[in-house]
Design a protein around this ligand. Structure first.
Ligand SMILES: [Mg+2]
Length: 400
């Protein structure tokens, strides 16, 4: 018995982005990360442009700032684990007010049971979105505790390494730096959408040409479209990319996440060109993933460990994907992804998100460096990371 005696919840606001001389920002847009989905004002070139103000107080207190909700769970033996998710401003009170009272006093080693308790208690209003993100953070922290208790890295608990190192791709625009680090794969934050018409098609092709020029003709190219394209625009871009002989591997989330049939139709159109269609970043649990797989809506499944239910749930998702011969490349960057990827035959490729500056500290310390386009995972017990309390602006969440 490793009784859970303490659950601390922290909100972190991402530090302001400081432009570094000679370093291109990861994302070519005024806002960062999730905000772009909601405040389409920040992506005026997409098809749908709304004059929506920043979601102040919902996702972030500071326009342009991202953040994280972090949970630190401690057992009666003094062993602690960390888990995190996005949406700090609303995930933190949910974890504090709903999940914390549920899990205090339970055995931290009974991860499968705790997941089920959290899911069932919240199922009348949960099952997707924010609730599952909160559950994901708790689940990840419990795996960290399990590893530390056993004295083993989490990848060992998941079955051990199936490869020595993981091939990674870089999402962003800082191509010279990626080339320097040996990357041979880049995901382009789509610079334009259907709202930009023919000019938008050209801008996307130019972006891929830049990747080929800097990272090499053999570098794999992917596009992240943030649910902002449509079928016609996607087909036009892909035809141009093929005409130019560019090495495009996948088009990610071109349509709204719920448009399962639309992704399926696009797959039928793009696969004959040798281009894959991917989605799943905004899907939740084994049941959401099953829908995408059963509908044959995605060539590669991209469920996010911090969103879709944590390490416990991604294992189930990967098992189902494996039975259907679908590769899983989890969305996002961090130790949970690296431990899962290095121990899964079904996940031979992982995403990395580099920071604006090579010496900018991360929310979690201890992540392995990218060497020649690959990363290895150290054998530190647990997830092998420590919370960086100095990252951005930290606030401990207090009830009431
Ligand atoms: Mg994406």
């Amino acid at each position: 018995m490793a009784k859970i005696t303490q659950v601390e919840v922290f909100k972190f606001i991402q530090p302001p982005r400081k432009p570094q001389p000679g370093v291109k920002p990861d994302w070519d847009r005024p806002n960062y990360g999730r905000m772009a989905y909601i405040t389409t004002k920040s992506m005026p070139r997409l098809k749908h442009t709304y004059n929506v103000k920043t979601n102040k107080g919902v996702l972030t207190d500071k326009p342009g700032a991202g953040g994280a909700a972090v949970v630190k769970i401690t057992t009666e033996d003094g062993i602690y684990g960390y888990g995190s998710t996005g949406l700090y401003n609303i995930a933190a009170p949910f974890i504090e007010n709903v999940l914390k009272p549920l899990i205090l006093g339970l055995d931290a080693m009974e991860i499968e049971k705790i997941w089920d308790v959290m899911f069932r208690v919240t199922s009348m209003y949960g099952r997707k979105g924010l609730v599952i993100q909160g559950i994901s953070a708790v689940d990840i922290a419990l795996w960290d505790i399990m590893g530390k208790t056993m004295g083993l890295p989490v990848y060992q608990l998941l079955g051990g390494k199936v490869r020595d190192k993981i091939k990674v791709y870089a999402t962003g625009n800082d191509l010279e730096r990626y080339a320097r680090l040996g990357y041979k794969a880049n995901k382009i934050p789509a610079p334009a959408g259907p709202g930009s018409g023919r000019e938008g098609v050209k801008l996307n092709v130019l972006a891929a040409e830049r990747v080929a020029k800097i990272m090499g003709d053999d570098a794999e190219i992917m596009y992240d479209c943030w649910q902002g394209w449509d079928i016609e625009f996607t087909v036009k871009v892909c035809k141009e990319l093929k005409r130019e002989g560019l090495n495009v591997r996948w088009i990610e989330e071109p349509l709204m996440a719920d448009d399962i049939q639309g992704h399926r139709r696009l797959k039928d159109l793009l696969n004959p060109m040798g281009i894959l269609v991917t989605t799943g970043e905004h899907e939740f649990t084994r049941w959401g993933a099953r829908e995408l797989i059963d509908a044959q809506a995605t060539d590669i499944l991209q469920c996010d460990i911090w969103y879709s239910g944590g390490i416990s749930e991604i294992r189930k998702i990967i098992a189902y994907a494996k039975a259907h011969n679908v590769i899983v490349v989890p969305h996002c960057h961090g130790m949970p992804v690296f431990h899962v990827s290095i121990s899964s035959l079904q996940s031979p490729f992982a995403e990395t998100l580099l920071l604006d500056s090579e010496d900018t500290a991360r929310l979690f310390l201890g992540e392995p460096p990218v060497i020649d386009g690959y990363i290895d995972v150290p054998d530190t017990p647990g997830l092998g990371y420590e919370l960086n309390y100095d990252w951005g602006y930290m606030e401990e969440f207090h009830k009431g």
